[in-house]
Write a protein that binds this ligand. Structure first.
Ligand code: SAH
Length: 232
């Protein structure tokens, strides 16, 4: 597929995402993407963030395997999470779970600086390369446990968590500015998860709003043995 064809595919995908936005408006409170978020989705070459050989699937509105049991999130979910953060051009954003780097590349077009933490070295390396190749030079990556955030650059205007935990790690709320927004999937691995939007008010109070049911890979404890529960 040529660059022009990929661009056409992105515009088609954007229309599908807008349809999903309208269909879910009652739950999300947003019936359309803001022009900045739409432009970012139209610009970021998602086909560069999927494994070789899967480029032709890059603009389907669904998650894809990126290896090591991880996924690149569904475009609609990337768009929705980004939208709900109400990002401003001067913002600094923390992402937990770099994965393919695609979400980071979308954020990079909307804000001043993106800090992203990934626990799997191999994924972080690939994401770094793809981010560089796609010209996202305002993204910094770190390999480590994202549940601890990235305190050196805190506080953040917004935080986005792209792996699910039963509860939001306290360090991530601590590293959010007052007036800031944090979006995360919450729930157990084998149970229903919900996308939750947290806001921190001027007094440091935390408010949460449940947005939609979602299915994300788990936010893992590095080094912890996988607790497989066959049959569940
Ligand atoms: N934002 C990604 C989707 C990531 S999938 C994208 O656009 O492609 C979730 C990612 O979270 C996986 O890469 C997984 O390895 C990572 N992850 C899981 N637990 C983590 C932890 N404790 N710290 C940092 N990253 C973690």
């Amino acid at each position: 597929m040529s660059g022009t064809e990929f661009a056409r595919e992105r515009r088609r995908l954007l229309r599908e995402v807008e349809e999903d936005m309208r269909a879910c408006a009652a739950a999300t409170g947003r019936d359309t993407l803001s022009p900045r978020v739409a432009a970012a989705l139209e610009a970021v070459p998602r086909h560069r963030f999927v494994p070789h050989g899967m480029e032709s699937l890059a603009y389907a509105n669904r998650p894809l395997d990126i290896g090591l049991g991880q996924t690149i999130s569904q475009p609609f979910i990337v768009a929705l999470m980004t939208e709900l953060l109400d990002l401003q051009p001067g913002d600094t954003v923390l992402e937990i779970g770099t994965g393919s780097g695609y979400q980071a590349a979308v954020l990079a077009r909307l804000v001043e600086r993106v800090y992203s933490v990934e626990v799997l070295l191999e994924l972080a390396r690939t994401a770094q390369r793809h981010l560089q190749e796609s010209g996202s030079d305002n993204v910094a990556l770190r390999i480590g446990d994202g549940r601890l955030g990235w305190p050196e650059h805190a506080p953040y205007d917004a935080v986005i968590v792209t792996a699910a935990a039963p509860e939001i790690p306290g360090a991530l709320l601590d590293q959010l500015k007052t007036g800031g927004r944090l979006i995360a999937p919450l729930g157990l691995r084998h149970a229903a998860q919900e996308l939750v939007l947290f806001t921190k008010d001027a007094n440091g109070g935390i408010h949460r709003r449940i947005i939609l049911p979602v299915a994300f890979v788990p936010l893992v404890e590095p080094g912890a043995a996988e607790t497989a529960t066959p049959g569940h």
